[in-house]
Design a protein around this ligand. Structure first.
Ligand code: DGY
Length: 325
């Protein structure tokens, strides 16, 4: 008797080449409308499918992962981050989880660099003025931003994307780099290709950086960058976040921006996506992007293909390329 192919639920629309590859090998349910699934649909899926291909917008919490009559044994998450998945609950339920690192490193660092430049050069406010027909022509004193050359970039989280951002900022923009990382980098010059100083705490970084860029995974019990940390920033400072919105105390950040305690921010991620606080939408001193760090056609295909590699490795027993635990 022929073996039935594993049943796979793909929670969001994927690039067509990835969906075609999935359909060749699996009994796959796609999401052509790309409508996010609600809690009830995700819970029901746990009992109907052998695996999920999920992504960062699927909140897979303990009650979903431990749904009764669970059949799902593997979750191939499309994204390097997996803070959408309660990893303790997955472990308890014996569900294997994979992610898609590396392939999105450069694209995400590009967006970090874009946000560094957009916020320090105030391009969002300037473009808005032009689009509204309020540009009066060239002025020597209007639309002034801040130069970053020779300024200090403080990187929080010197993993792959933090390093790629550091290199761009140093070699491309002439910035000096300091960084905080949970573990000590034995030889930053070897790892980065230039000298960058590692500091021992986030406190030591906030007050000495002209621009702070966040590159940590998120999903902790509380925000790693707290109101106290934000209060330590220079009044001339900028905060950039391309990682996860819950890594920063968003309320405190908004208050600092509204009250002018820091000059600006560049954000690609938010605490409760897709909600963006109204106060942020009103501000001229922030550049806001819709979580698009890895959003290039090439990278999204590569992420999808890597998720399928992980799925294949699980079901053919050859092992996962990127098992999270
Ligand atoms: C990730 O991969 O974690 C990004 O946030 C989505 O591309």
């Amino acid at each position: 008797m022929q073996k039935m192919p594993p049943k796979i639920l793909v929670t969001r629309k994927l690039p067509s080449a990835v969906e075609a590859r999935l359909s060749e090998r699996y009994d796959v349910r796609l999401n052509p409308d790309d409508r996010p699934l609600n809690r009830a649909q995700l819970s029901a899926a746990m009992a109907r499918y052998d695996a999920l291909v999920s992504t960062v917008s699927d909140a897979l919490d303990a009650s979903i992962l431990q749904a009764p009559q669970r059949r799902v044994r593997m979750i191939a998450n499309v994204g390097v981050g997996f803070s959408n998945i309660d990893m303790n609950a997955a472990r308890t339920a014996n569900i294997i989880v994979s992610n898609t690192p590396d392939v999105l490193t450069e694209a995400t660092a590009d967006i970090a660099l874009l946000l560094i430049l957009a916020s320090t050069r105030r391009t969002s406010a300037a473009e808005k003025k032009l689009r509204q027909g309020d540009w009066r022509g060239f002025s020597v004193v209007d639309d002034l931003g801040t130069s970053v050359q020779g300024k200090t970039l403080g990187i929080i989280g010197m993993g792959r994307i933090g390093r790629a951002t550091a290199r761009r900022a140093h070699f491309g923009l002439g910035m000096q780099v300091i960084f905080y990382n949970r573990t000590r980098l034995a030889d930053p010059v070897k790892v980065l290709g230039f000298a960058a100083r590692q500091v021992d705490s986030i406190d030591a970084l906030m007050g000495t950086s002209d621009v702070v860029s966040v590159h940590v995974p998120g999903g902790g019990a509380g925000p790693l960058i707290s109101a106290r940390h934000i209060a330590q920033m220079k009044p001339s400072g900028y905060l950039i976040n391309t990682a996860r919105g819950d890594s920063i105390d968003q309320k405190a950040l908004v208050a600092a921006l509204v009250e002018g305690r820091i000059v600006g921010a560049g954000l690609d991620v938010y605490a409760d996506e897709p909600k963006v606080p109204d106060a942020l939408l009103q501000l001229d001193n922030v550049t806001l992007l819709p979580h698009m760090g890895s959003a290039t056609a090439e990278v999204r295909v590569a992420m999808g293909m890597l998720a399928v590699d992980n799925l294949d490795g699980f079901f053919d027993g050859s092992g996962l390329v990127n098992q999270v635990f």
